[in-house]
Every structure is written in C-alpha cells, then in structure tokens.
Design a protein around this ligand. Sequence first.
Ligand code: XBP
Length: 260
Amino acid sequence: MIEARIESIEAILWDVDGTLAETERDGHRLAFNQAFQTAQVPWQWDEHHYGALLAVAGGRERLLHDMQFQEYAPIELKDREQLAERLHRLKNELYADIVAQGHLRLRAGVRELIEECIRERVRMGIVTTTSRCNVDALLSSQLGERWEAMFSVIVCAEHAPKKKPDPLSYFLALQALQIPAAAALAIEDAPAGIAAAQAARVAVILTRSHYFSGATEAVAPPDVLAAGPSLGDAQGWSPIAAAGATRICLDQLRRWRQLY
Ligand code: XBP
C-alpha cells in the first residue's frame, strides 16, 4: 500500500560511514590492517580490495567473507568466527584511536545541515550498520561529548542484526520516532543503504562517496529524491539545486520533497 504523501520533513535519518564522514578508506580499512598486524595475521587490505569487500555489510561479516579466500585462515568455521570476533574488536579499538587523532572529519555540509535541523526542530536519527562504539568515537570527536542529545534515535549494528540492505534498521528508527515512512528522509551514500531505506519506503537523498561513486553513478531521481556529490556543494545535483545556493539546506530538501 502506498502511504499518503507528506510534504513536511519530520525527521532526517543519517547513514554514518561514507555519508556523515569518509570513514572507510582511511579509518576502518587502516584499523583493520593495524588489527591484522597486532594479531600477527599475515593479511593486509589495500584500497582496491577493501572497496570490493564493502559489498559485504558489517566489519565482522567482511572478515568472515574474506577468510574464504585467504591463506592461513582457520579451517573450522567456529575458529574463523572466533578470529573474526577478536579482529573486529581490536579493529574497533584501533578505529577509535584513529578517530580521536582528528583525521576523520564530517563531510562538507553535514555540520551545517545538522545545526539547521536542530534550529528548526526537525528531528534526526542515526541509522547505520556500523557498531555503536564507532559512531560514538566519530561523533564525540566531531560533534562533542553531548552528540547523542542531537539525535532522537540511534540505530546501530547491535540493534539491527540484519544489516543493510535489509530494512530492519529503518523500520526500528521509524518505530522509535513514531512517524510514517513518508515523513522521513534518509541520507545515504551506498547501494545497500539506499535499498534498505527504500524497502522501508523512506525517500533517499544520495550523497556520492569515495567508494560508492561508481556504484551509484546511474542512481538518479525518481529512484531517489535527489542525487549529488556533497551536501556542501550545490553544484552537480539532480534535480538541480536552487539558483544561488551554496550548499544543500533544509529548504532545498523540502523543495525536492514537493517535486514527488
Ligand atoms: C558501514 C558498514 C560498517 C563499517 C565498519 O555501515 O558497513 O561495516 O564499514 O563498521 P553504514 P563495523 O554505511 O550503514 O554506516 O566494523 O562496526 O561493522
């Protein structure tokens, strides 16, 4: 059943990795490699290989997937699972260190849109398949220790064991906010995230990211509400942004919402 059209935006649902910040290549990937070294596992994920591995959502799942093709991976599944668990825990600790050094910053236009939502009392949620500790590390470094108060709902890997493209994380966020899908807008960068939001009937704004710009090149309205390179740049969006705009603001999102 198609839900009634609601033009006002009651909540913005933010994806994290690739959308709030470019965390994958110089964050998670580096931390995985440091974890391999620390655990004396003879693997290294180069930029290209990690890009291919991103098709698998979830760091632990990514490790288990890669072990199928790695020499020196344990033979027994339960040993692989134990190793993946250990490496993943280690990776998350190392990721927190990388983030604390301030190397990973919010993408352009993200902070401004967050601040605008707070001013205009548009609620926000985090909807991610990454672990809660990673969101905490990133957002406390970028938005301050009180970052949680800015979001009305925070759905992470621990809450939604079925990861994107499964819509579970979006369903949980809508349920917590007590709004219909038509009142929310998702901001996503990757095909799995877009699919998850769409399966929950949440309209999507696509901001293309380092790893997924190729995979999302052909994604365009009306499949998503709008698609473009960055919230911090009003150029290059489809549909085109309002004349004179320098970034993608809340009013622009409302205008796009009214087109459909
Ligand atoms: C990104 C992911 C995560 C991260 C690593 O999720 O798929 O797996 O790459 O984090 P999203 P974990 O785009 O939904 O934010 O190691 O905690 O899984």
